[in-house]
Design a binder for this molecule. Sequence first.
Ligand SMILES: [Mn+2]
Length: 422
Amino acid sequence: MGFQKEFFINNRNRLSSIIEPNSMVLFFSAETFPRTGDQTFKYRQNSDTFYFSGLTQPETCFFIQTDNSKHIVYEHAFIIEPTDYIIIWTGSKYSKSDVSEISGIERVSFLNEFDSVLEERIKCSENIYFSFKNNVRGIKYSYSKVNQYIEKIKSLYSEKIILDADPQFMELRLCKTDEELNKIKKAIEITGNCFNEIRKFLKPGIYEYEIEALIYKEFISNGANDVAYLPIVASGKNNCILHYIDNRNICNKGDLLLLDFGAEYDYYAADLTRTIPVSGKLSQRQADIYASVLKVQRMMIPMMKPGITINELNSKCEELIQEELLNLGLLSVNDIKNQTQNAPAFKKYFMHGLSHFLGLDVHDVGNKDVVLKPGMVLTCEPAIYIREEEFGIRLENDILITDDEPVDLCKNIPIEIADIEK
Ligand SMILES: [Mn+2]
């Protein structure tokens, strides 16, 4: 379990080599969000802070400073002072030596020294980097601490150049090391084993939430620290709700159950989707659609090679889906003729993209123009949703890009019709 501190030291050194010389990079923790009363939502460190330090405790922050030749010359981490009160209510906290052991950062102080140390050290750096957005989709998390310090530094040190660290964080996080791949593989293994348990358990009359409960039970009892995202357990017409997380319905005979779920293991995510018959057997119509989606996935995976982008993969996939929709009689040649660029006909049945990056976040850093390189991990998730027939099928595997053929990390998880039927 866990990473050696060398992993985080190496990540900081790689960061220093790709940012401007004479820089300071500041890292803050994810904030704790109040739930009710004195309760908070389950805490998870933000992925960048984890990637560059391994520190998972709330209210931890640190910075690094580089010199003219892009070497790290100073690092300093700051933690909560573990008072008796804090220890009584929430248990033990990092000691200073814990922080050094986990992260490799030798200088560690309590938070009350942060402002004065920052004031002293900032004089040595020309450029000050922050993570501006912390989210692949550009949804701005309101990390009030980050904003607070950006404003403070802008007003106190107007000569400093404030820069966004996100592009550099993205560049580094995109290609996974063997250590990171092992975490992803383990998350996938736990998820795949859970899928097999669900197949044994599933029968008409079971409620979606019973499957959801099984997911949590299997994940946690097999060493996952959490779900990587809220599980989608969608039966019947819920198949067609892309982010269905209510999971309250009954699974009826004849319906399909769409499962989109993944474990998080040592902060790394799996992302798997399977669609299976509740009663153990697909109808002819369901089998035809299933075969089409599977065929598209089988054709797309070999294209996931260095040099291509997600945008290009999407275009290829959309062509294939369109062809399948024509073959299935869901679209006519006329529908295609009458389509406009903004409203292509296939969109009625396939309204999301084929792929996203996977890593510390289930929708990991990396945009659709990134040129694929060995070491990147992406999902491959074609789908066809037929709302008027009240079912849909999505199949999602996780794919490792290599110099050679792409590696399907989910290849051992049943997907053929013969294997998903009982
Ligand atoms: Mn996905």
